[in-house]
Design a protein around this ligand. Structure first.
Ligand code: SF4
Ligand code: SF4
Length: 366
């Protein structure tokens, strides 16, 4: 699969054709609005350890590596997509990101969406819809396109198409003998949404894999939960699968979380429909975040894991605190072995992590 290459070519030719590139940094940003404005939404989350030293000149060493890596790309100008982007869209999620954006905004054109954090609050939802309306108006003005409700509905239908095919690919892992690894599922994800070439690639991968036999050998089925595993930061995923695990479901933002729910393409108020979908994304910045626990229970029923591994990036307080509730659910309700891994992007602890993962997989087998 050449999804990253596709993205690079697509971004370059879009730029040549005068189509704006808009960088996004979180799954709360509705890509539909950016697509309806005639722009290309590109994910800019950093997964490289190499850009972290440059970031640490401004940011504390104990901060989450995802935030440091993203900022490191910005200060080193090493991400071609970021350099092509004429606008960045950020959001008020965790404190580290929020404050990092203030530093980034010194040099980049950055728009911040204010995300209310009580996901069951009707007032919060109304405020969020208002935020999306302001963002739509900003995009209209910025890119000089009228962006009608019908433009939005068309973008919603396109994103639904992409979510549906990615969901079907992920569902192949529910089979007793899945035809691909969790790492392969992770690599079947583009940095730019709704490129025709990528949609065609998803469709052909689905057709091919639907007819493919299961992977040989008995592997321990793992449900991976927690923080996003962005491109370049797959070390723990690789360790789990090298040690005999098979990640059958990933509930994080690079996995199932953003693609489980669609948006009604015929909604009378498409902004409201978008607000509802994105406001209900179960990130640990929300309080309470009961939807995440309900989602995990549902995933356990569908994907039948033998154990659960929770990955938390060092310095991520919201996921670290929430892990007490996840452990309780997994051990007491789902009755499955649970392992929490807190780490960063450097490989220094790989040997220690391998021992802990091996022990978990042994327990899960017995
Ligand atoms: S984990 Fe939360 S903050 Fe991070 S990308 Fe997902 S929604 Fe955004
Ligand atoms: S992993 Fe945690 S600390 Fe890092 S960006 Fe996401 S929510 Fe923030």
């Amino acid at each position: 699969m050449r999804m990253l290459d596709n993205c690079h070519e697509a971004a370059q030719s879009a730029q040549k054709a005068g189509r704006p590139i808009v960088g996004i940094l979180c799954e709360y940003t509705p890509r539909e609005l950016i697509l309806a404005a005639g722009a290309l939404p590109v994910c800019l989350c950093g997964g490289s350890a190499e850009t972290i030293p440059a970031a640490e000149k401004d940011l504390p060493a104990g901060l989450c590596p995802l935030i440091k890596s993203t900022y490191g790309y910005e200060v080193t100008a090493a991400n071609p997509f970021l350099e092509m982007a004429s606008l960045l869209v950020a959001e008020t999620t965790c404190d580290g990101k929020k404050k990092m954006y203030e530093l980034m905004a010194r040099r980049r054109d950055l728009y911040v969406l204010e995300l209310p954090q009580k996901s069951d609050s009707p007032q919060g939802l109304a405020l969020w819809r208002g935020e999306l309306e302001k963002f739509r108006d900003h995009l209209r003005q910025r890119f000089g396109r009228p962006m009608t409700d019908d433009d939005l509905r068309a973008a919603i239908a396109l994103m639904n198409r992409e979510r549906a095919v990615r969901r079907k690919l992920a569902e192949l892992m529910a089979r007793p003998e899945p035809p691909l690894t969790g790492r392969q599922v992770l690599s079947l994800k583009s940095s730019i949404s709704c490129l025709e070439a990528d949609l065609a690639m998803y469709d052909s991968a689905l057709a091919e894999l639907s007819a493919a036999p299961g992977l040989p050998g008995r592997r321990v089925r793992v449900l991976l939960t927690g923080v996003p595993v962005v491109s370049g930061a797959e070390r723990v995923v690789d360790l789990i699968e090298q040690l005999g695990g098979l990640i059958v479901a990933q509930d994080n933002c690079t996995g199932l979380k953003p693609i489980l729910e669609d948006v009604d393409p015929a909604a009378a108020d498409p902004l409201w429909a978008l607000a509802e979908k994105y406001f209900h994304l179960p990130c640990s910045v929300m309080t309470p975040n009961t939807r995440r626990l309900e989602g995990l229970e549902q995933l356990a029923k569908t994907y039948r894991p033998d154990c659960v591994i929770e990955l938390i990036w060092q310095g991520c307080l919201t996921y670290a605190v929430e892990s007490a509730l996840v452990r309780e659910l997994v051990e007491e309700k789902l009755r499955l072995p649970y392992l929490k891994i807190e780490t960063d992007y450097s490989p220094g602890d790989s040997a220690r992590l391998s021992l802990r993962i091996e022990a978990l997989l042994e327990t899960a087998k017995s």
